[in-house]
Design a protein around this ligand. Structure first.
Ligand code: ADP
Length: 225
């Protein structure tokens, strides 16, 4: 907020200097996005902690969620020169019941982090697996692997706590609020699932998101034409 107020004052004082104003507007945009992310994360966190968030169980198509995630990140990964792939070839159930929005939020947060902390030339993959399957449930595992900077053993113990970031310099270098994984882990738990982490400093990270989902009765499944 300080940056927004300060940059607005500088731009106003140099209103005829186009370059200076453009520079200020760029910084105002960055700070506004950071602030918006922070407000949304803090609101989500406080809603979760006061028990005000209810999961919305709806029928959804898993391949559609994965397609949306692919289109959301493909360009970003390409710009960052990071190879981004999604694989779900062994999935036999496509129609599931669960909170599609919150599942997407978990995946988007973990993939955003993976891209953010993976340097040029690296890779990020999302692999979707079917763990256990019965007539009315499917345990789905989303595995996000990156070849990025990795996470120390010491930090792994705190990573799912609110406002934790690996270093004080993380905000300056990479942005973020330190709330994304705390929120993701709470959502996964609310769904009866969990998030596990395997990582080694300088060798990349793997986040394993396990979510038990319901399957609709056969007659409710929309046939694929
Ligand atoms: P944010 O990304 O907003 O800082 P998160 O809760 O999503 O908050 O992540 C917390 C911290 O965990 C990050 O700031 C970073 O230090 C570390 N982190 C998360 N994902 C990764 C990753 N894939 N590789 C390396 N560090 C990571």
């Amino acid at each position: 907020m300080n940056a927004i107020v300060g940059m607005t004052a500088i731009a106003t004082a140099h209103i005829d200097d186009r370059k200076q104003v453009e520079n200020c507007l760029r910084k105002i945009t960055l700070s506004s996005k950071h602030l918006l992310g922070l407000i949304n994360d803090v609101l989500d966190m406080s809603k979760i902690e006061s028990g005000k968030i209810e999961l919305d169980d709806q029928v959804f198509e898993l391949p559609e969620v994965l397609d949306r995630i692919h289109s959301m990140f493909a360009q970003k990964a390409c710009d960052a020169d990071v190879d981004f792939t999604i694989s779900h070839k062994d999935i036999s159930v496509h129609t599931l019941i669960g909170d599609e929005l919150r599942i997407s939020q978990i995946l988007v947060n973990i993939i955003s982090n993976a891209l953010k902390f993976t340097p040029k030339g690296g890779s990020v993959t999302l692999e979707v697996r079917e763990k256990e399957l019965s007539d009315d449930t499917a345990n789905i595992e989303f595995i996000i692997t990156d070849s990025g900077i990795g996470i120390s053993e010491e930090f792994q113990k705190r990573i799912f706590e609110p406002f934790e970031q690996a270093q004080a310099s993380t905000v300056k270098q990479y942005g973020g609020t330190g709330l994304g994984l705390a929120i993701s882990s709470k959502f996964a738990k609310m769904m009866g699932g969990n998030i596990q982490l395997q990582s080694k400093l300088n060798e990349g990270s793997r986040f394993i998101v396990n979510i038990p989902l319901k399957r609709p009765p056969v007659e409710a499944v929309i046939p694929v034409i």
